[in-house]
Write a protein that binds this ligand. Structure first.
Ligand code: NAD
Length: 261
């Protein structure tokens, strides 16, 4: 637990399920005040709000599409209206869909880029403007992926979006470091959430994925949330522009395990 996070205000995009819910709940355990953003799953967001309140934090659920400026403005406005300030912004909302690149429509491409990359830009920009206006040193956390580093055939739009998040994060981290605004990414590996539940429920597919992870297991959303809490806290006060991989070693070239190659 990080004492300094108590009473701090965070916005978590895409907080109605998966990693976003886990981060929101962890922030609740840190006794923070959380704006839980959802796009369509109001029920999931309300459950997250309840879990945060039960853990000792405060929360509201706010509907908004992060790929639009109006959506992002709504999140800032609600945070200020309900909790009076903003300290931490988590760009977590994301989506993926598998398709061979030669069959990928422009619409498919734009959907993923708009949420995963443009959404990160819009959220980061809004948070930076708030922090600058209030002369404040905030923390911005972007959910990237191991696929900012590892190519992923049939997910070209997803990999492109996460590769974009990597250099966007590094660039803005450098740009706003003089003001003490810290911007970092988390790169999850294979984490069990609704985004991949179907895949991991299939024992064969699960075995294939586990064979690519040195720690030989799928990760838990709470393990990603622990990284988010650290990046939000003062314990990471000298850390900016990194991607903190939470991947059981997936980015370590596991095919070389045991001296192969
Ligand atoms: P998920 O599908 O369980 O949750 C994604 C959330 O984003 C959902 O709540 C969804 O409603 C929300 N969302 C989608 N479009 C939105 C929009 N336009 N506006 C607002 N919210 C929107 O996925 P997850 O596994 O929890 O993933 C969270 C983040 O972590 C994503 O950015 C994802 O790419 C990344 N990630 C996940 C994994 C994994 O293994 N689960 C691995 C690497 C990276």
């Amino acid at each position: 637990m990080y004492k300094e996070l108590e009473q701090k205000v965070a916005v978590v995009t895409g907080g109605s399920k998966g990693i976003g819910t886990a981060i929101s709940q962890r922030f609740g355990e840190e006794k923070m005040k959380v704006v839980v953003n959802y796009h369509s799953d109001e029920e999931g967001a309300q459950e997250a709000v309840k879990a945060i309140e039960e853990a000792g934090g405060q929360a509201i659920a706010v509907e908004a599409d992060v790929s639009t400026e109006e959506g992002i403005q709504t999140l800032i406005d609600k945070a200020i209206e309900s909790f009076g300030q903003l300290d931490v912004w988590v760009n977590n909302a994301g989506m993926e869909n598998q398709k061979s690149t030669h069959e990928l429509s422009l619409e498919d491409w734009e959907k993923v880029i708009n949420v995963n990359l443009t959404g990160v830009f819009l959220g980061t920009k809004a948070a930076i403007n708030y922090f600058k206006e209030h002369d404040q040193q905030g923390s911005i956390i972007n959910l990237s992926s191991v696929h900012e580093q590892i190519p992923w055939p049939t997910y070209a739009h997803y990999a492109a979006s996460k590769g974009g998040v990597k250099l966007f994060t590094q660039t803005v981290a450098m740009e706003y470091a003089p003001q003490g605004i810290r911007i970092n990414s988390i790169g999850p590996g294979a984490i069990r959430t609704p985004i991949n539940a179907e895949k991991f429920d299939d024992p064969k597919q699960k075995e294939i994925v586990e064979s690519m992870i040195p720690m030989a297991r799928i990760g838990k959303p709470s393990e990603v949330a622990a990284a988010a809490a650290w990046l939000a806290s003062d314990e990471s006060s000298y850390v900016t522009g990194i991607t903190l991989f939470v991947d059981g070693g997936m980015t370590l070239y596991p095919s070389f395990q045991g001296g192969k190659g």
